[in-house]
Design a protein around this ligand. Structure first.
Ligand code: GLA
Length: 406
């Protein structure tokens, strides 16, 4: 008996010491805004204040966008030569960072910063290698809530160890900070990061290109649809508190409104973090409406946290499905081609079985009510086939709810 009790206590102890990250930080995919996709390193005090103001006035905060994250470029080129601490660039941030963090917090938002596991960040600023515990204490002293941690200049460094070290450093510093691993999927973080951070990038950098790449000569930025294709097989690794991150949003950054709608819908279907990357201060009404579509967001933020998947493809019509709480489903029809497609989808012939989460969508057994997330209309159900014409690079996003007997 004594041995049994000892054994149970030992297992409990081991679970506790390996339970390294803060619990409960991102039970649904994190939502916010990040400076990189539009501003790169051209960031400043006034930009942060302006973005924080618009996060509130545009309805984005109400829709769930919480984190305002400054990406690469916030630091001076050198650490403080006495303390070794990171130094906010005094030209960009003449009053330092703490006042900005306070400003953002006072708006009911949270604040994030960026650094890198390597010796320097991707843009050449001081990296964290060798300063993990010191930097974590620095972030905690500033009141930071989110850290994006990149992977440039890491030759000879083991990714799992490097991210583990930073995760432990954050935990030791004592302030709950969402830890966003940005290692581009090179070392399959989905296989080892569930207990290290709250989200991990699965691919290289996104670009505002719909179905191709942006070629920079020595490297390529990946467009929206190739990134979606690369998520195949990863859904089993995501769930509440630990998310696959197919990179930040490019909504409002140059694609057509329909393409932006597709991009946003798929990020919702993939239970991806929704981190806007456009200049919120100048966004159009159409961009704003996409970003704050609460019905789409509720599919992304569904508390069961089950990532969706590509159910079938037929002649450039792709059908994505996502199981939701209460046996609801989200369904997206996407036209990937350059011509309009006529959809004739007989729900009774399409029995979707999700063996991973043990969910079935079977309209033959019972009909579902249908709600169109973008047109915000209802009044239909799955008793009759779904018919619509879908233009090129456009999407129809539906929520199917149980509640009608078949
Ligand atoms: C990498 C990341 C980007 C961005 C830049 C900053 O490319 O993947 O998201 O953070 O670095 O330099």
């Amino acid at each position: 008996m004594k041995i049994k009790v000892f054994f149970i206590a030992f297992i409990f102890f081991c679970t506790k010491i390996s339970a390294q990250k803060f619990e409960g930080l991102a039970l649904t995919p994190p939502m916010g805004w990040n400076s990189w996709n539009t501003f790169q390193t051209n960031i400043s005090d006034s930009l942060v204040r302006g973005i924080a103001d618009v996060l509130v006035s545009s309805g984005m905060k109400d829709a769930g966008y919480t984190y305002l994250v400054l990406d690469d470029g916030w630091m001076a080129m050198e650490r403080d030569n006495v303390t070794g601490n990171l130094v906010p660039d005094p030209k960009k941030f003449p009053d330092g960072m703490k006042v900005l963090v306070d400003y953002v917090h006072a708006k009911g938002l949270k604040f994030g910063l960026y650094n890198c596991a390597g010796t320097k960040t991707c843009a050449g600023y001081p990296g964290t290698r060798g300063y993990e515990y010191q930097d974590a204490r620095f972030y905690a002293s500033l009141g930071i809530d989110y850290l994006k941690f990149d992977w440039c200049n890491t030759e000879g460094i083991n990714a799992k160890e490097a991210y583990n070290t930073m995760s432990k450093a954050l935990k030791t510093a004592g302030r709950p900070i969402v830890f966003s691993l940005c290692e581009w999927g090179d070392n399959k973080p989905w296989e080892w990061a569930e207990n290290v951070g709250e989200l991990w990038r699965t691919t290289g950098d996104i670009s505002a290109v719909f179905d191709g790449y942006l070629d920079h000569g020595t490297w390529k930025q990946t467009g929206v649809m190739p990134i979606v294709d690369l998520q195949k097989g990863l859904r089993k690794y995501a769930g509440p508190g630990h998310w696959n991150d197919p990179d930040m949003l490019e909504v409002g950054n140059g694609m057509s409104v329909d393409e932006d709608k597709v991009h946003f819908s798929l990020w919702c279907m993939l239970a991806a973090p929704l981190i806007a990357g456009n200049d919120l201060r100048k966004m159009s009404k159409a961009t704003n409406e996409i970003l704050i579509n609460k019905e789409a967001i509720s599919i992304n933020q569904d508390k069961a946290g089950m990532e969706g998947f590509l159910y079938k493809t037929k002649d450039s019509l792709e059908v994505y499905v996502k199981p939701l709480s209460n046996d609801d489903w989200a369904v997206c029809f996407l036209n990937r081609s350059h011509r309009p497609i006529q959809i004739n989808y007989n729900w009774n012939d399409e029995i979707v079985t999700d063996t991973l989460f043990n969910k079935t969508m079977n309209a033959k057994e019972h009909a579902y009510k249908i709600r169109n997330v973008w047109t915000k209309s209802g009044n239909t159900d799955t008793k009759k086939p779904f018919a619509a014409t879908l233009s090129s690079h456009d999407v129809i996003m539906l929520r199917l709810s149980v509640g009608i007997s078949g």
